[in-house]
Design a protein around this ligand. Structure first.
Ligand SMILES: [Zn+2]
Length: 481
C-alpha cells in the first residue's frame, strides 16, 4: 500500500505523491519562545518527528524544517514584565525548547530558522505583495488585503462572510476589511524593531512562516503541519501571502493535529491547569509520555489525566519487559538458521510476519500510530505466552530474535523503549556531525567567510554546544547546564 495522508486542504485522505520523486519537504510551525513547553506544545513536535522518521524509513530523503518565532507580543510582554530585553527572553526559551526536544527524544530538525534572522526575506515578500497591489501601507503598518486573494478561506473551508462573523478581529477603521491582517507592524516604543521601506517595525507572525518555509524548502513544497488551532487564521494567511506573491502553490498537503485537554478541560492559565513538560518528566520517563501521545490518532483530541498516563506507564512496562527478555535470549552458535518448523512454530512465524505488515500498513494509512502500536502489543502478548511457557526450542529463540529486530526497527521511528544500545549510537552520530560542522567552519574561516562561520558558532551555542578556537584547531564542547 502507498502512503495516504488526510489533507485538510481537500478534506480527504489522499495518496501521498511528493513533488519530487524520493524527496519530501516538510515544514512544521515551531514554538514561540516565551515560556517552557507545556504538554500541549509537545504533541506536534513528537508526532511530526515520528512522521518524518517513518518517511525516512520508507526510503524518502526528508528535509524537515521547524521555525522558531523569537519576536512576538508574548515575548515582548514577558520582557517588559521582567525588565529585560526581548532577545534575552527569546534566547532563554529557545535553549529551553531544544533541551525539551532532547529530553522528549525528538530528533533535531534539519533547519530551525529563527524569525529575527530572516528579516530580509520577510521584507522582500511584503515588498512583492505591495508592488502587486495585494498589500497596502498605513502609517508604517502594512496590511494584506484579503479581498484581493480569491481563494481566501480555502483551507478553513469558510467564505469571507462566515469568517468575518465568526472571528474576533479588533476593529480598526483604517483597514479596508476587518479581516485584513498585518504583514508588518510599525514600531512602538520599547519594542524590538528593524529598518524597512515603511519605517522601523517588526514582522507579523504569519509572514515569518511563509518566508522561512519557502526559503528553506522551495516555493512549492510537500507537507505543512501544525496544530488544528493554526488552520485559521495562521495557515490561511500563510497561503494568502505565499500564493498571493506569484505563481506559487505553496504546501501540497496540510496536516493538523488535534487539541489536548487536561482532565476533559481545555488547558488554560486562568483555570491553572497548565502542565509543564519538565514537571511531568520528573515523574515519568519520556518514553511513557511518547507512548501516551502515539497511542492516540494524531487528528483526534487527546485527554490527559494521571490515570491515562498510568495506563501508558503499564503498557510501557509490558513492552520494555518483553524487550529486556528478548535481549537476554542466547542463541547457540551452531543453530543460527531455522530448522524444520513445527506447526506451532510455523504459526508463530506467520503471525509475526503478518503483524509487521499490519504495523506498516497502519503507519502508511495517515500515520495511524495508535493502530500500529496496537499491533506491536498483539505481538508482545504472543511472545510473552511463549516465553512464560519456558523450554524454548532453538527455532523459537531464533523467531524471538526476529521479533526483537522488528521492535528495534519500530523503536527507531517511535522512540518508546529504553534502549541503551540505540541511545549511544545516536550520541556517536551526533559527535561525528559536530566534528563535521566544526571542520566546515574552519574552512569558512580560512576563506574569511566570517558571517557564515559566526552563524555556525551561534547556532551551535543556541543548542548548547560551544566552539573553542584553539591555536592549532577548533573544538566543540557541550555547555554545562
Ligand atoms: Zn507557522
Amino acid at each position: 500500500m502507498a502512503i495516504h495522508l488526510y489533507n485538510t486542504l481537500s478534506g480527504e485522505k489522499e495518496k501521498f505523491e511528493p513533488l519530487q520523486a524520493g524527496k519530501v519537504s516538510f515544514y512544521v510551525c515551531g514554538p514561540t519562545v516565551y515560556d517552557y513547553f507545556h504538554i500541549g506544545n509537545a504533541r506536534p513536535f513528537i508526532i511530526y518527528d515520528v512522521f518524518r522518521r517513518f518517511l525516512q524509513y520508507r526510503g524518502y530523503d526528508v528535509k524537515y524544517v521547524v521555525n522558531i518565532t523569537d519576536v512576538d507580543d508574548k515575548i515582548i510582554q514577558r520582557s517588559i514584565k521582567e525588565n529585560r530585553t526581548a532577545k534575552e527572553v527569546a534566547d532563554e526559551f529557545t535553549k529551553a525548547y531544544f533541551d525539551d526536544l532532547d529530553q522528549l527524544l525528538v530528533k533535531l530538525p534539519d533547519v530551525s530558522p529563527k524569525a529575527t534572522e530572516h528579516l530580509d526575506d520577510m521584507i522582500t515578500l511584503v515588498q512583492e505583495l505591495v508592488a502587486k497591489g495585494i498589500a497596502y501601507v498605513l502609517d508604517g503598518d502594512v496590511y494584506y488585503s484579503i479581498e484581493k486573494f480569491q481563494s481566501y478561506g480555502k483551507l478553513s473551508g469558510k467564505n469571507i462572510e462566515d469568517l468575518q462573523a465568526g472571528s474576533r478581529v479588533e476593529i480598526d477603521e483604517r483597514k479596508e476589511n476587518p479581516l485584513d491582517f498585518a504583514l508588518w507592524k510599525a514600531a512602538k516604543p520599547d519594542e524590538p524593531a528593524w529598518d524597512s521601506p515603511w519605517g522601523k517595525g517588526r514582522p507579523g507572525w504569519h509572514l515569518e512562516c511563509s518566508a522561512m518555509s519557502m526559503k528553506y524548502l522551495s516555493k512549492d513544497f510537500d507537507i505543512h503541519a501544525g496544530g488544528e488551532d493554526l488552520i485559521f487564521p495562521h495557515h490561511e494567511n500563510e497561503i494568502a501571502q505565499s500564493c498571493g506573491s506569484g505563481n506559487v502553490k505553496f504546501a501540497k498537503y496540510w496536516l493538523h493535529n488535534g487539541f489536548l485537554n487536561i482532565r476533559d478541560k481545555k488547558m488554560s492559565k486562568s483555570i491553572g491547569n497548565v502542565l509543564i513538560v519538565r514537571d511531568i518528566l520528573k515523574s515519568y520517563k519520556p518514553q511513557v509520555l511518547r507512548l501516551f501521545f502515539l497511542q492516540k490518532h494524531y487528528r483526534s483530541p487527546i485527554n490527559y489525566s494521571e490515570e491515562i498516563l498510568e495506563d501508558a506507564q503499564r503498557g510501557w512496562e509490558r513492552l520494555q519487559n518483553l524487550f529486556d527478555n528478548l535481549n537476554s535470549i542466547e542463541i547457540d552458535s551452531n543453530s543460527l538458521q531455522l530448522k524444520s518448523l513445527t506447526n506451532k512454530e510455523k504459526e508463530f512465524k506467520n503471525f509475526q510476519e503478518r503483524i509487521k505488515q499490519e504495523y506498516i500498513s497502519a503507519m502508511e494509512d495517515d500515520f495511524n500510530t495508535a493502530l500500529a502500536i496496537g499491533k506491536v502489543f498483539e505481538l508482545v502478548k504472543e511472545c510473552n505466552i511463549i516465553i512464560t511457557r519456558g523450554n524454548l526450542t532453538e527455532n523459537q529463540k531464533l523467531l524471538l530474535v526476529n521479533v526483537k529486530e522488528f521492535i528495534v526497527e519500530v523503536d527507531e521511528i517511535l522512540s518508546i523503549l529504553d534502549n541503551d544500545e540505540h541511545d549511544s549510537s545516536g550520541e556517536e552520530e551526533l559527535s561525528k556531525v559536530l566534528d563535521l560542522l566544526v571542520g566546515i567552519r574552519s574552512e569558512l574561516r580560512k576563506n574569511k567567510l566570517w558571517d557564515l562561520s559566526d552563524k555556525i558558532r551561534e547556532e551551535l551555542a543556541s543548542i548548547g554546544y560551544v566552539i573553542e578556537d584553539q591555536p592549532e584547531k577548533s573544538i566543540w564542547k557541550k555547555e554545562k547546564t
